[in-house]
Design a binder for this molecule. Sequence first.
Ligand SMILES: [Zn+2]
Ligand SMILES: [Zn+2]
Length: 311
Amino acid sequence: MKFQCPSCGLRINGQHFKEAGLLNPKLASICNFCRARGLVAASYANSAVEVAAKGMLYSFDGKSEQSLSLAEKTQPATYLVADKRQRKQLEAFLQDFDTNSLVRQQVAAKDLEQAIISCEDGSLPMPDQGREFSENLTQLGLQVNFQLNEVDYIDRERIRAKYHYRCQYCGRYGRSVDHKDPVSLSHNNKLDNLILACSECNRIKSNMPYDLFVKLNDELKPVNAKLVKYENTLGTLKQEFQTRKRDLAGQVHLKGVVNDPELAAMRKTNKSLQDTIDSLQADYDALRQAREAYFASGWKLHEAGQNPDII
Ligand SMILES: [Zn+2]
Ligand SMILES: [Zn+2]
């Protein structure tokens, strides 16, 4: 999904409007480059982002469209990058950047922000669509090693088989092949540096320092064991429910009537199975949320401990 930033005027991928946060993701009215300049999202409206945030149950950091006066709504837009051709050049470059995971892994977010801001301000040359992407990166002072091998498909499958599709952090079903040491630090694609994770651990892990994630996770062994049990039990029950639903549909078809004592009895047991699944799922989700909150607060406390004393 792409949005246009009402400040710089760039139409770019939605991820540039996301504000980092483990617990409460937010979408901002303006892009991360404009925020990195010190502009404040709360002073800008962006109805497209506002609607998307609502749909995804994110909070929206910006001026609400409804609070705008008619004059504000109709006044022509003036953009920080006033030249349309320059906006297109930056948009094309960011499109290349966003879709290249090798590059994303190696360039720090702050460095990219600084480079884009310098382009917009004219202190660095604009990326040029006539040039190779790698040349554009070099022009912007962004160092990327393109010789690195990405983990290839065969290796991924081997890793998944090696770990029997089990997340090595929590033990639940997992299929994300990942580096133990983050690749941006080690560039190590050897098989013994690769590990399997579930999507949930992967997301939490990528949002925080790796060593801290491992340390906090080590404290969670009994909780992780419970998560595995929930996942297995829910899997079994949901399968059973699907079977019974099919049986019921088959019986309705066979009998040619909808109301029948036998059918009613089947519906009743199905309903109680559904209730069991729902309440188990709610317990499971609550435990998952508590675990995620634990990582978030562990990280916060870690950061607080790192900050220099002010008293
Ligand atoms: Zn912007
Ligand atoms: Zn996991």
